[in-house]
Design a binder for this molecule. Structure first.
Ligand SMILES: Nc1ncnc2c1ncn2[C@@H]1O[C@H](COP(=O)(O)OP(=O)(O)O)[C@@H](O)[C@H]1O
Ligand SMILES: O=P(O)(O)OC[C@H](O)CO
Length: 492
C-alpha cells in the first residue's frame, strides 16, 4: 500500500493528513500555534513555530501509523496564503515575524499606491485589488522597517516566501527556493497574464527581484524531504483555497466551492480564461497542471470561523466551537440581532480596510444565545454577499453550493446558509478538501492518481435544502446590508 501525506499549514494550526491509495483519510495530526497581536490590527506568527509544528505533526503522523518511509509516495503542501516571510539565505534566520494575511498595518502603503493611480494596473496585471491583505506591501514594510534589510536583499542575501516556500526551503534542507502559480498569484507582484514577476510593481515598492522564489506548476516535483535516509518527493503545492477547489473536483468552468475556516473563501473555476470581476471579486490562479494554468474568481471573507474563536477566547461565551450549534438552536426563530465581524476590515465585495466590527439590533432581552446565533449567521450573510457578486459576474445561478472547512460541520449554520441563499448546500463526506486537494496534486505528479478519477471519488454526506420563504429571506438580508453599511470607514 502506498500513501500520500498532505501538509496543511493553516492560519491557526498545522496539520498532517494521511491518505491511502483510494484517497481515504487514514489519520490526522494537528497542532495549534500562537497568534501574536502586537498592536490593534496587527497579526503575526512566529516562523519557527510554523515550521516546528508542521515538522512535528508530519513526524508524529509517520510514527503513529508505523509508516515505512518507502511507502510514502509523495507529500503535498497547502498553506494559508499571502502571509509573508523574509529570511537570511545563509543562516535561515527570519528577518521579522511572519506578517499574517489578516494584518492591516500596511493600509497607508496601499493608500500611497492608490494615490499614484495604480488600481487599474494592479487589477489588469495581478487580478487583485490594492489591499493590505496581499503580500506585496507586507514585504515592503519589512524591508523599510528592519535595519539594513533592503541592502541585504539587494545583495541577494535575503529570501522571500509565502508559507509554502518557507516550508519547502526548510524541508529540502535549504536547497529549493520555489513556490507554485496559485501562491504567486496572491503576492500582488505576479502578472497572471504573462506568468512572470511584475517589474513595474517591484520598482514601485522598491522590492529587489533577487528575493523572489522560482514559480512552478502546482503538481511538480519540487524537491525531497529526506527521512530516515529515504528521499520522499515534495510533489505538490497550492494555496489552501485553490487546493480546496481542486479537492472538491471543481475542474470545469462555473464550478464553485466555499470553505468555512478562519476566513471564508468562495472560488469559482473560470478555466483558462482570465475573467475580471465587475462586482468586487478578485481573479486568481487556480493551479498550474498538465502544461497549462487555470484561473478562478474569488470572494475572500476575512473573518468567519475566527468570529467563533472570538466568542470562545475573548467573550468566553462558549467552551468549544461546536457549542455554537447548541446555543444557536435555542435562539432559532429570532433574527433581530446582527453581528458584523469586520475585525480585520471587510474583504470582498466591499474592500474596506477601515471597517470595524459591530453588533446591531440589541434590545433589553438580547442574550448570549442571540449573539452566538448572529455570529454564525454572519458567515452565511457574508457568503451571500459573495455569491450574489459571483453569479452576477458569471451570468449564471449556481444549482448548489459545495462547502467544506471546519465550520461547515455546523448544521445550524449550513441550514441557515441554504435558507438565506435560497440555494441547496452540499456537504461532502471529506470536509478536509484542502488537504485532499494537496494530496491529489502530489499524487498526480508521482503517477498514483489521474485527474479524471477524482471526480467519481467525491461523495456527498448531506444536502441542506432551502426552507425559508422569499419575503423573510429578503427582509433578513436587507437588515444585514444595513448593518454592514454602518461598520464601513469606522477607523480613520
Ligand atoms: N462546529 C463548528 N461550528 C462553528 N465553527 C466551527 C466549528 N468547528 C470549527 N469551527 C471554526 O472553524 C475554524 C476551523 O476551521 P479550519 O478549516 O480548521 O480552519 P483553518 O484552516 O483556517 O485553521 C475555526 O475558526 C473554528 O472556530
Ligand atoms: O488558514 P485558512 O484556511 O483560514 O486560509 C487562509 C487563506 O488562505 C487566506 O487567504
Amino acid at each position: 500500500m502506498k500513501y500520500i501525506i498532505a501538509l496543511d499549514q493553516g492560519t491557526t494550526s498545522s496539520r498532517a493528513v494521511l491518505f491511502d491509495e483510494r484517497a481515504d483519510i487514514k489519520g490526522i495530526v494537528q497542532m495549534e500555534f500562537r497568534q501574536i497581536f502586537p498592536q490593534p490590527g496587527w497579526v503575526e506568527h512566529d516562523p519557527g513555530e510554523i515550521l516546528n509544528t508542521q515538522r512535528l505533526v508530519l513526524e508524529k503522523l509517520v510514527q503513529k501509523h508505523g509508516l515505512d518511509p518507502r511507502d510514502i509516495a509523495a507529500i503535498g503542501i497547502t498553506n494559508q496564503r499571502e502571509t509573508t516571510l523574509l529570511w537570511d539565505r545563509h543562516t535561515g534566520e527570519p528577518l521579522y515575524n511572519a506578517i499574517v494575511w489578516q494584518d492591516k498595518r500596511t493600509a497607508p502603503i496601499c493608500e500611497e499606491l492608490k494615490k499614484k493611480g495604480l488600481d487599474s494596473y494592479v487589477r489588469q496585471h495581478t487580478g487583485l485589488v490594492i489591499d493590505s491583505y496581499f503580500s506585496a506591501t507586507k514585504i515592503k514594510w519589512i524591508l523599510d522597517t528592519v535595519p539594513g534589510a533592503r541592502e541585504r536583499a539587494r545583495k541577494g542575501d535575503v529570501a522571500f516566501g509565502t508559507v509554502d516556500t518557507w516550508l519547502l526551503w526548510n524541508l529540502t534542507n535549504r536547497q529549493v527556493h520555489a513556490t507554485d502559480y496559485s501562491n504567486a498569484s496572491r503576492t500582488m507582484l505576479f502578472d497572471i497574464n504573462t506568468l512572470t514577476w511584475d517589474k513595474k510593481l517591484l520598482a514601485e515598492l522598491d522590492i529587489p527581484e533577487a528575493i523572489l522564489p522560482e514559480v512552478k506548476p502546482s503538481s511538480f516535483h519540487f524537491g525531497n524531504w529526506t527521512y530516515q535516509g529515504v528521499d520522499i518527493p515534495l510533489a505538490g503545492i497550492a494555496g489552501d483555497q485553490q487546493a480546496a477547489l481542486f479537492g472538491q473536483a471543481c475542474f470545469e468552468p462555473a464550478m464553485a466551492k466555499n470553505t468555512y475556516g478562519t476566513g471564508c473563501f468562495m472560488l469559482m473555476n473560470t478555466g483558462t480564461r482570465i475573467q475580471l470581476s465587475k462586482n468586487g471579486l478578485i481573479t486568481t490562479i487556480a493551479w498550474g497542471l498538465g502544461g497549462k494554468v487555470e484561473y478562478a474568481l474569488e470572494g475572500s471573507v476575512f473573518i468567519a470561523g475566527a468570529a467563533v474563536q472570538w466568542l470562545r477566547d475573548s467573550l468566553h461565551l462558549i467552551d468549544q466551537s461546536k457549542d455554537t450549534e447548541y446555543f444557536a438552536t435555542k435562539a432559532l426563530g429570532s433574527n433581530e440581532v446582527y453581528v458584523v465581524p469586520a475585525f480585520a476590515g471587510l474583504g470582498a465585495p466591499y474592500w474596506d480596510m477601515y471597517a470595524r466590527g459591530a453588533i446591531f439590533g440589541l434590545t433589553r432581552d438580547t442574550g448570549k444565545d442571540h449573539i452566538i446565533k448572529a455570529t454564525l449567521e454572519s458567515m452565511a450573510y457574508q457568503t451571500k454577499d459573495i455569491l450574489n457578486a459571483m453569479e452576477e459576474d458569471a451570468g449564471l445561478a449556481l444549482a448548489s453550493l459545495k462547502v467544506d472547512g471546519g465550520a461547515c460541520a455546523n448544521n445550524v449554520l449550513m441550514q441557515f446558509q441554504a435558507d438565506i441563499l435560497g440555494t441547496p448546500v452540499e456537504r461532502p463526506e471529506i470536509i478536509e478538501s484542502t488537504a485532499l486537494g494537496a494530496a491529489y496534486l502530489a499524487g498526480i505528479e508521482v503517477g498514483l492518481w489521474k485527474k479524471e478519477s477524482i471526480v467519481s471519488n467525491r461523495k456527498i454526506q448531506k444536502r441542506f435544502e432551502p426552507a425559508m420563504d422569499e419575503t423573510t429571506r429578503a427582509k433578513l438580508y436587507k437588515g444585514w446590508r444595513k448593518a454592514v453599511e454602518r461598520t464601513k470607514g469606522w477607523e480613520d
